[in-house]
Design a protein around this ligand. Structure first.
Ligand SMILES: Cc1ncc(COP(=O)(O)O)c(C=O)c1O
Length: 352
């Protein structure tokens, strides 16, 4: 009889479905692999790695680049296995029995799981019917429950909308506890709060290479906060938790990040084009998006998801139990052909 940790069996699992669809627009990945020039440089770099050595050099090389880009000290940067690892560790650093973590819902479904894993109490705060966050009420909630950590995803997954920098700053200044801002999709929005880190010791910003840089497979993310905060959060990581291959890859990608600018613009343009097309379909509600995906609501959402799956198109459907997301579907932005194919399939399904 195996004696697992108490409560482990009751822990929810991440419900991401990973099937290789012909058109895979269910996980907010980049639909394009690395630009050829970047890929060539990555492969050259990987060919000359000292595999026998721990990855110190590669870790600090990437840290220094990121620090330079944001005009912060290297001591203000932590790297993680995707922003997932960063977020999980921040929940641990500010977690523990009796600690409370407040986060909006619907939002990234992992927050409640990380809260549980850190043995904290997750306190979801409901977005309104248009998925807007009532900033004042959120601040009151954080204070009222005496939270040790508040988390906001900006722009928000899966709703797509965003708080303004002024709204973010209002939250930071109005709460005493740590405030983790998850900026996984910020490159598609263009309004980061990283510049506020210098002013506010309670602000931690998590970023990722997975979305805008198309590097979901390499698992690289980073956190920016004041040096004392990174020093403390760093205690929750294993030594050498990042692997050298991913670090070297991200290092080249970051050096060549200008190569990704036209792609970002392309995704934003395609997102806006697809949103307009979908808005013209009867019975389809399209929510505003500042990300690389669109959230839509329509009556026969589950049927549509099944129909698209039968065509080997994977989009994200939310279980009826997911707060506020009844009849909602999330579609990541693909290539022009993929977006047109998805749109035609939806139009056809609706008989529009
Ligand atoms: C809001 C948000 N945060 C964090 C992540 C984690 O991404 P990664 O671990 O690939 O950086 C995701 C992934 O979908 C996300 O949607």
């Amino acid at each position: 009889m195996l004696s697992y940790r108490r409560g482990l069996d009751a822990m929810p699992s991440y419900d991401g479905v990973e099937k290789n669809y012909r058109i895979k627009v269910n996980a907010n990945e980049s639909t394009m692999n690395l630009p050829p020039l970047v890929e060539e440089r990555v492969l050259n770099r990987l060919a000359s790695l000292a595999f026998n050595r721990y990855p110190n050099e590669e870790y600090y090389s990437l840290v220094e680049q990121i620090a330079k880009n944001f005009s912060v000290e290297p001591a203000q940067i932590l790297l993680g296995g995707g922003s997932s690892e960063i977020i999980e560790k921040v929940f641990h650093a500010f977690g523990g029995a009796g600690q409370r973590v407040v986060f909006p819902q619907p939002s990234f479904s992992m927050y409640k799981i990380y809260a549980k894993a850190a043995e904290s109490d997750g306190v979801p705060f409901d977005l309104d019917e248009n998925f807007n966050l009532d900033v004042d009420a959120f601040i009151s909630k954080v204070r009222e429950v005496g939270a040790s950590l508040a988390v906001v995803c900006n722009p928000n997954n899966p709703t797509g909308n965003a708080l303004t920098p002024a709204q973010v700053e209002k939250i930071v200044v109005s709460i005493d506890c740590a405030f983790l801002l998850d900026e996984a999709y910020v490159e598609f929005y263009g309004r980061s709060a990283v510049n506020l880190v210098a002013k506010y010791p309670n602000l931690l910003v998590a970023r990722t290479f997975s979305k805008a840089y198309g590097l979901a497979g390499a698992r690289v993310g980073y956190m920016i906060a004041q040096a004392e905060v990174t020093r403390m959060v760093n205690k929750t990581f294993m030594p050498y938790h990042m692997n050298k291959l991913s670090l070297a890859t991200a290092d080249i990608v970051y050096q060549m990040r200008d190569e990704f600018v036209p792609r970002l613009q392309f995704i934003i343009n395609e997102r806006n084009r697809l949103a307009e097309l979908l808005k013209n379909l009867r019975g389809v509600e399209v929510f505003p998006s500042e990300t690389n995906f669109l959230l839509i609501r329509l009556e026969r959402a589950e049927e549509l998801k099944n129909h698209l799956e039968s065509l080997d198109i994977g989009i994200r459907y939310f279980a009826p139990s997911a707060f506020g997301l009844k009849n909602c579907l999330r579609i990541s932005i693909g290539t022009q052909i993929e977006n047109d194919t998805v749109f035609a399939a939806i139009k056809n399904f609706l008989g529009d």
